[in-house]
Design a protein around this ligand. Structure first.
Ligand code: TYD
Length: 218
């Protein structure tokens, strides 16, 4: 077998950056290479996680939900996902494509909601440990375009209702962390969809070739 262990790929970016399309694109490429894979999403991906996702996305007109409560809920969802889906899949040589993962917590909760990164690192050390992505694909889009796209999509959820300054802080954290991450690919997602897709395909296929040579989980 050429690819002898499951790999973990995470897609990241602002709301409206096109992550979900990109996940399907990667799935097709992996399928063509006969690599068994699953798409998961965060928050969510397990029955409990999907309930948490609803709490996070829905509006709560009668109760203020503290940003730290949201952070804890996200890590509860992540714990379920790691234990029940990610760990067993990777062990069975099934690749994971995740629509968002922990970088979203640093960017949204750390940048957007201004929670101290020490608290997120603390949760990372307890919950995530070594279950970090082998590859993170970051779809970079300027907040102005991201907001235009989510408004076009329809009704805004609790997080999407924030203003451009909130999304600018998130993007700044993404850009800062992604440049420090050697296992990452950045895509200019401001461009036209066919150009973006071509860029993702080319860069991902190039990365896939390096997996063939090494064949082991990093
Ligand atoms: P997403 O799946 O991108 O939304 P959509 O269904 O609209 O495509 O994201 C769900 C929301 O959760 C998104 O606004 C970002 C937020 N989120 C966080 O705030 N922190 C996190 O750690 C994660 C994983 C998501």
């Amino acid at each position: 077998m050429i690819y002898n262990q499951g790999k973990f790929i995470a897609l990241e970016g602002l709301d409206g950056s096109g992550k979900t399309h990109a996940c399907n694109l990667l799935k097709n490429i992996l399928r063509k290479h006969k690599i068994q894979n699953i798409i998961i999403r965060e928050p969510g991906g397990t029955p409990l996680g999907e309930n948490i996702r609803n709490i996070i996305k829905n509006l709560h007109p009668y109760e203020i939900i503290h940003p730290k409560t949201i952070l804890l809920l996200i890590y509860a969802s992540r714990m379920q996902l790691i234990q029940n889906i990610i760990a067993p899949a990777l062990k069975n040589n099934i690749w994971i494509i995740s629509d968002r993962y922990e970088l979203s917590s640093f960017a949204y909760q750390g940048g957007g909601f201004k929670i101290k990164k020490e608290l997120i690192i603390f949760l990372h050390n307890i919950i995530v440990q070594s279950y970090t992505p082998d590859l993170t694909i970051y779809l970079d889009v300027i907040p102005k375009y991201a907001l235009q796209r989510i408004i076009q999509r329809g009704k805004l959820d609790q997080i999407e209702k924030n203003n451009i300054h909130f999304f600018t802080r998130i993007r700044n954290i993404y850009l800062n962390l992604i440049t420090q991450n050697d296992n990452s690919i950045t895509i200019d997602a401001n461009l036209k969809i066919d150009i973006v897709q071509k860029d993702i395909k080319n860069k991902f296929k190039k990365w896939l070739r390096t997996c063939k040579i090494h064949g082991i989980r990093g």
